[in-house]
Ligand binder design. Structure first.
Ligand code: APR
Length: 234
C-alpha cells in the first residue's frame, strides 16, 4: 500500500481548462445536479444525461495535462512503490501526462458501462450512441462510467485500503464537499499538505501540516520538495 497519497479534485485540472464543479461558473452553477448526475437520471432523463457526458467527453479531447499532472507523473516514476494517485476527477489528464495506475473514485469519462451486465469499454472521445446502440452482450442500455449522487462508489473501498499505511497525505484541488479529506488525517499521517485556490467551508485547514492557497501548477514544486525532505528524514 502507498505511503504517500496524492488526493486530487477538479482544481488540479482547472489549469487544463476543465471547469470545476463549485467555483463560480462551475459545472454545478450552469447545470442542475438532479437532472444529469443523480441516481435515477438515466431512467427519466436518459438522453439529456447521455448528451451532457458526451459533451464533456468531447471537451477533454482538446485539453492537455498541465504542469501539476506532469510533475506528479515524474514523481510517481521516481517512487513507484510509495506513491498512489487518487482522484475524484473523471477526466483523463493524468493519463494524458503518462500516468498508468490512477484510482478514479468517481469513474472515468472515456469509459461506458452496461446498466445490466458487466460489459465495459473505453470509447475514447466518441459519443456513446455513435459507439454503441446498446450493450453488445445483453442488449440493455449503456451509460457513462460515472458515479452519480446517490449511487454506490465501488472504488471507495480501495481508497480506504490505501489509507491504511499512508504517512503523507496531499490534497490538491478539492472543496471537500463530497469527500471530506479532514477525516483522513489520522495520527498515522505524519505530513499533510492542503493545496487549493482558496479556503473551503468544508475543510478545516488548521488540521493540515501545510496549507498552500495558490494554483496547483504554482504549488506542485514546493509540494514535491516537502515530501522529498520528509522522505529523507525518515
Ligand atoms: N489549483 C488548485 N486548486 C484549485 C484551482 C487551481 N488552479 N482552481 C480551483 N481550485 C480548487 C477550488 O479552490 C476548490 O476548492 O478546487 C476546488 C474545486 O472544488 P469542486 O468544484 O467542489 O470540485 P471537487 O471537490 O473535485 O468535487 C468533488 O463533486 O460533483 C462532484 O463527482 C464530482 O468529483 C466531483 C466531486
Amino acid at each position: 500500500m502507498a505511503k504517500i497519497i496524492i488526493f486530487s479534485g477538479a482544481g488540479i485540472s482547472a489549469e487544463s481548462g476543465i471547469s470545476t464543479f463549485r467555483d463560480s461558473d462551475g459545472l454545478w452553477e450552469n447545470n442542475k445536479i438532479e437532472d444529469i448526475c443523480m441516481a435515477g437520471c438515466l431512467d427519466w432523463n436518459y438522453q439529456e444525461t447521455i448528451d451532457f457526458y458526451d459533451n464533456r467527453r468531447e471537451d477533454i479531447e482538446k485539453k492537455e495535462a498541465n504542469y501539476a499532472h506532469k510533475e506528479l507523473k515524474k514523481f510517481v516514476e521516481k517512487y513507484p512503490h510509495d506513491v498512489k494517485l487518487i482522484t475524484q476527477n473523471i477526466d483523463n489528464m493524468f493519463e494524458k501526462a503518462g500516468c498508468k495506475d490512477v484510482l478514479h473514485l468517481h469513474g472515468f469519462l472515456p469509459e461506458i458501462l452496461c446498466e445490466s451486465c458487466e460489459f465495459k469499454d473505453n470509447i475514447g472521445y466518441e459519443k456513446l450512441q455513435e459507439a454503441y446502440n446498446a450493450c453488445p452482450e445483453c442488449h440493455n442500455k449503456l451509460r457513462p462510467n460515472v458515479v452519480f449522487f446517490g449511487e454506490a462508489a465501488p472504488k471507495y473501498e480501495e481508497l480506504y485500503s490505501e489509507l491504511n499505511d499512508c504517512e503523507v497525505f496531499v490534497v490538491i484541488g478539492t472543496s471537500g464537499n463530497v469527500i471530506n479529506t479532514d477525516m483522513f488525517l489520522s495520527r498515522a499521517i505524519k505530513l499533510s499538505i492542503l493545496n487549493n485556490l482558496e479556503p473551503s467551508d468544508a475543510i478545516n485547514d488548521e488540521l493540515y501540516s501545510k496549507v498552500l492557497y495558490k494554483k496547483a501548477t504554482e504549488a506542485i514544486d514546493e509540494i514535491i520538495v516537502d515530501i522529498e525532505s520528509f522522505l529523507e528524514g525518515n
